[in-house]
Write a protein that binds this ligand. Structure first.
Ligand code: GLC
Length: 740
């Protein structure tokens, strides 16, 4: 239950009082969000606002225009209701942070809260008071372009980071200067778009909806998120924007969400395209009755609301509920109290914001390979470094998707970052090699080889341009685009005998299936799209000014055919293991049909992922030992105390994300072989041992059964603690007590 909009809250009480004075036309107006005119105010828009037919404007980012829009709404309309000014501030406004999938790799709620806080400060300076973030869809399919925008595959990690991001945007006082309304999107199941193709249908059992896709939204709702956005997709045959079970029965009645629900862009009109509404009037009827409170840009509510009420297709009470929620968000934001003449907030501290962006990027990069301690580079022994690939020197591409307002003058590229950290005597032999990441022209590869052969170390920066991920930008393959792999092949062939270290830096909006590249290089740092200060962050990590601590928030497949592949898989009846897996290359001639494997795997690919969920290396090594459970018998209502020792066995200080997984061995529904339940980030000096403690309430062992019923059942559990989802240190315990 979110207290912010509870029926007895100040915001809701003031909303209901204002509602009583409003005409039906004015009520419909609040439910109508229009697209801004892009830096000017058309007569139509001004008149619509004057007549109270607009509740929110999206995509206006000119501060003077925003003040004028608010002045018209407050001083020239009858009710004087301020506007919600919405914008996609997804991972930064002017200062850009790593893409959310990169931010999630930090496994650091504080880091994410600080990134959201800075984003809100910069956006609110120009008058934006609502962001359509965090995007908290669960995704296990890297083909989907919007995987870049989410926090990965796991409900617990995503829920924790969702709450942190909401807090960063909204603070503890949504009416305070610099706080903006957050938006939990896209409710729900959008990340399960069939075949990883955006806007495609989804078929998700209530079992999976409640165990996998809903928890992050429930967490956001319980932590005062002001708004929700509906998903474009249909879930089990019912588009979310017309799905009363989801929007009203679950979100508003079961979860007691008190804020507003906004549709996605024209997703109300799209009900006619989905084919469940015969016309826009019917679409408006379905969406209003399902629980959509505000319509994004397709204007069916304002167009047909009167007719729907007149024909008794929509009840006045439903309209009043929607408008009360909208007004409550505006009151909670303090919009009625701030007035519109307030000067923009004080100019932000650019240096501090850029420093925060660099720290976020340093924590978001994941070291996936470091053979023979190739990294960090020993700059004392370097006279020259080859830096290859256009992504190493592009101030725009490193920002990633959803950076509408990103300021590229704030970018520090890897080329610039390396120049800043390498001693002056070390030459940087840079060559972009390709015009873009899709470029198949290999004419510059020989020049790249020449530069590499004449250098003491080679850093090759490959991956995807920003446009290759994000909304509607999905891929059927997951290899390196263009001729980038050919570059790596040529480098590997020429360098392997020379002992010149080959370091791969990947900038991408998704996990890439780069199994051969991983084998060909000495070290691999996965930087995602690292944001404004990505170059400085990567350079610091490469030379050891910072120590990698990122952990994967999503499983990396070896091949696209393994998808979906994730850590919390169900066992099935014939699980694969190292003993029963047989690669097809090892099949004897004329093998008898049932003589091989007979387990759940693909014959042509190892059954393990390229890199597992939660994996990430450091420049030091952490040992896990001595796990102790407070009690081996846990009663429902109890909390299990778990403690373990983590030792930094290396020579440098480092951060480690200690992860706790469980397995419920026998239950009334099939349960995953491992489930993340908790995690903690610890900092350890060389040789230092810390005892890390977890407190696991028995109630967190509950799950939803095949019919979506919440169950807490006695039985035997195993827990694992370690640095990734293959953690080995384990202990068993029993949950005893009545079935709840
Ligand atoms: C887009 C996206 C949504 C975004 C909205 C406004 O289509 O689906 O995430 O917030 O429209 O730009």
């Amino acid at each position: 239950m979110s207290a912010l909009f509870a029926p007895d809250s100040d915001a809701m009480q003031r909303a209901l009082a204002l509602l009583a004075d409003m005409s039906f036309e004015e009520k419909l107006g609040q439910m109508n969000q229009v697209n801004g005119d892009g830096g000017h105010i058309s007569g139509d828009l001004a008149q619509a606002i004057r007549e109270g037919r607009v509740g929110s404007v999206i995509n206006e980012v000119n501060p003077d225009i925003i003040v004028q829009l608010q002045r018209i709404a407050v001083h020239e309309s009858r009710c004087g209701i301020p506007l919600l000014i919405g914008r996609d501030v997804i991972h930064g406004f002017k200062t850009i942070f790593p893409i959310p999938l990169g931010l999630a790799s930090s496994w650091c709620p504080d880091t994410i809260e600080s990134a959201a806080r800075i984003s809100a400060l910069e956006a609110s300076e120009i008058g934006i008071n609502w962001t359509f973030s965090p995007m908290i869809d669960i995704c296990r399919d890297p083909r989907w372009g919007r995987v870049a925008e989410c926090f990965g595959e796991d409900p617990v990690l995503c829920s924790t980071l969702a709450v942190a991001m909401v807090k960063g945007y909204q603070t503890d006082d949504l009416a305070s200067q610099g706080a903006i309304a957050a938006c939990a999107k896209h409710f729900v199941g959008y990340g399960a778009s069939e075949s990883g193709r955006d806007y495609n249908t989804t078929n998700i059992s209530e079992h999976d909806l409640r165990n996998v896709h809903m928890p992050s939204f429930h967490a956001a709702s319980n932590n005062n998120v002001a708004t929700f956005m509906t998903s474009f997709s249909d879930v089990n045959g019912e588009p979310v924007s017309a799905n009363k079970w989801l929007l009203t029965d679950v979100l508003k009645d079961e979860w007691h969400f008190g804020g507003l629900v906004v549709s996605d862009w024209a997703s109300v009109h799209q009900l006619t395209v989905h084919g469940i509404a015969g016309c826009d009037r019917h679409a408006a009827e379905l969406a209003i009755n399902a629980g959509v409170d505000m319509e994004m840009v397709s204007a069916t509510f304002i167009s047909y609301g009167h007719q729907l009420i007149h024909e008794n297709k929509v009840q006045q009470q439903r309209i009043d509920q929607a408008v009360a929620r909208i007004l409550a968000v505006k009151f909670a934001l303090g919009l009625f109290d701030q007035g519109v003449t307030n000067l923009p907030a004080p100019k932000h501290n650019l240096a501090a914001h850029l420093d925060a962006s660099r720290v976020c990027a340093e924590k978001s990069c994941v070291l996936l390979k470091n053979q023979s301690h190739t990294l960090p580079l020993n700059t004392d022994k370097l006279n020259s470094v080859a830096l290859l690939g256009m992504l190493a020197d592009d101030d725009y591409e490193q920002l990633g998707t959803w950076i509408f307002d990103g300021d590229i003058t704030r970018s520090c590229t890897l080329h610039q970052g390396l120049r800043n950290v390498l001693p002056d005597h070390v030459a940087i032999n840079y060559h972009k090699v390709f015009d873009n990441t899709r470029d198949c022209d290999t004419k510059h590869i020989p020049d790249a080889i020449t530069l590499a052969s004449a250098s003491d170390a080679v850093i090759v920066c490959v991956g995807e341009e920003a446009i290759l991920s994000g909304e509607a930008h999905c891929r059927a393959e997951l290899g390196l685009p263009g001729a980038q792999q050919q570059l790596i092949n040529a480098l590997s062939e020429h360098l392997s005998s020379k002992g010149v270290p080959l370091i791969l830096v990947v900038m991408a909006g998704r996990p890439l299936a780069i199994e051969s590249a991983v084998q060909q290089v000495d070290a691999l740092l996965y930087a995602w799209h690292p944001g404004s200060m990505g170059g400085a962050a990567i350079a610091n990590l490469l030379v050891g000014n910072a120590v990698p601590s990122g952990k994967l928030p999503i499983t990396f497949p070896r091949k696209v055919g393994q998808i979906p592949i994730y850590h919390s898989v169900k066992p099935g009846g014939r699980p694969v293991n190292r003993d029963n897996f047989v690669h097809m290359d090892a099949f004897p001639m004329r093998a008898e049909q049932t003589s091989l494997g007979m387990s759940s795997s693909h014959m042509d690919t190892d059954f393990t992922p390229l890199f597992p969920f939660g994996f990430g290396l450091s420049y030091t090594h952490f040992a896990y030992h001595d796990v102790i459970l407070d009690n081996l018998l846990l009663h429902t209502g109890d909390t299990l105390g778990v403690s373990l020792a983590v030792t930094n066995q290396g020579h440098v200080a480092g951060d480690e994300v200690v992860q706790l997984y469980i397995r419920d061995h026998v239950a009334s529904a099939t349960r995953p072989v491992r489930e993340l339940k908790a995690f903690q980030r610890v900092s350890l000096q060389p040789g230092e041992t810390q005892r890390v403690k977890f407190h696991l309430p028995a109630d967190e062992l509950a799950f939803f059964d095949a019919r979506g019923k919440r169950c807490l059942e006695p039985g035997t559990f195993t827990l694992w603690v370690g640095g990734d989802s293959n953690a080995a240190l384990c202990a068993d315990f029993e949950l005893v007590g009545e079935v709840a």
